[in-house]
Ligand binder design. Structure first.
Ligand code: KG4
Ligand code: ZN
Length: 345
């Protein structure tokens, strides 16, 4: 069985850049070690709209990219001239936002005469566990949960991904965000729901889980409708803490149930939890407890590596660069891109 510690990572200092959505981030890595991971969030900019405004995001990336890269180098104590390669998110995401990072990475790599590589954002999330879990098997089941994704993935080896199940409509993060908005808890909603849920009773309101029976797919659009109905029916009487706790319980319980269905189906004895929603404490605890009971290895990244960040892009780009993979000037920013069954090792 191959473990994370058996993988070969890029040996020279690596600069990583992520700008696919509303976070401008740059990181410096040496091997699996993260020397810095700077994140400039645009949350305040987009909060008044209740979601990401693509054009505003692109402009904010343009303003932030150079200071963020400079800060990542400074706090790592690494000079630009010492950087040996660059990993850059080029797919999928908001095309204007991605373009800012891709263009900057190309310009830097060319002026320094060093290699660079376009990285799939989802592969970044999948590889975010590599920083800390050296004894974790490279073959595992991954639950990827973010604002744009809800997927169960059989990671056969790094670069070899088989899709087991996915949401047929909204992502888990969207369910948190839309629920939070209906409850007046602000944007982005995941953390706000988690905090409000602490004082609440998760059994107070019955909410639907979507899709019946033994399936590894998900559906969260019914939950959104049920939340809307709940706020209309209850009006001012609604108990926000109980509603937040019930919403969190509905999302977490269906994620846990179907994840272990995927574990049973594949027979794989290792599980990772990645993506922005992996920051949810209830989800981390429930998956970890259940994994322990069943004797299944469990890995979840540190909180700072769950939501979008450049360090995870560096971790994904590092082993590929070490294998000799390179991008060239023709590298494009792609709004859509699959990774299933692609790029086998
Ligand atoms: O991975 P990410 O930063 O961006 C995407 O690639 O989508 O994920 C952002 C999502 C948002 O929907 C946010 O509400 C959710 O992650 N999130 C959480 C928590 N922290 C962030 N959801 C539940 N509980 C949290 N603590
Ligand atoms: Zn993400």
């Amino acid at each position: 069985m191959s473990l994370v510690r058996d993988l070969n990572f890029f040996t020279k200092p690596l600069l990583a850049i992520e700008s696919s959505c509303d976070e401008t981030s740059a990181a410096v890595l040496v091997g699996r070690e993260i020397r810095s991971n700077v994140i400039a969030s645009q949350i305040e900019l987009h909060a008044k709209w209740g979601g990401v405004v693509p054009e505003a995001a692109s402009r904010a990336h343009v303003e932030a990219i150079i200071p963020v890269v400079r800060e990542a180098l400074d706090s790592a104590g690494v000079a630009l001239s010492e950087i040996g390669g660059i990993a850059i998110t080029n797919r999928p995401g908001l095309v204007g936002a991605l373009s800012v990072g891709v263009t900057s990475a190309k310009a830097l790599a060319m002026s320094l005469g060093i290699p660079f590589l376009g990285v799939h954002h989802l592969e970044g999330h999948l590889c975010s566990i590599f920083a800390e879990h050296e004894d974790f098997p490279t073959e595992h089941v991954a639950l990827v949960v973010s604002g744009g994704h809800t997927e169960l993935v059989h990671v056969q080896a790094p670069g070899q991904y088989r899709l087991i199940g996915a949401t047929i409509d909204d992502a888990a993060g969207e369910a948190f965000d839309k629920g939070a908005r209906l409850l007046g808890l602000g944007y982005p909603g995941g953390l706000a729901v988690q905090q409000a849920a602490k004082a609440g009773n998760p059994k107070r309101y019955k909410l639907p889980v979507g899709l019946r029976g033994d399936t590894t797919d998900f559906s969260f659009s019914g939950l959104k409708t049920a939340m809307l109905r709940l706020t209309e029916v209850e009006g001012d009487r609604i108990n926000i803490a109980d509603a937040a706790a019930s919403l969190q319980e509905a999302i977490v319980s269906v994620l846990v149930k179907r994840t272990f269905l995927a574990i049973d189906e594949t027979g794989v004895r290792a599980l990772s939890l990645v993506g922005g929603v992996a920051a949810n404490v209830a989800l981390r605890e429930r998956l970890s407890d259940e994994a322990r009971k069943r004797g299944i290895a469990f890995a979840v990244p540190a909180f700072s590596l769950c939501t979008d960040n450049a360090a995870m892009i560096g971790l994904a780009g590092s082993w590929r660069l070490e294998r000799g993979e390179r991008s060239d000037v023709s590298l494009d920013a792609l709004p859509n891109a699959d990774i299933w069954d692609a790029n086998p090792v």
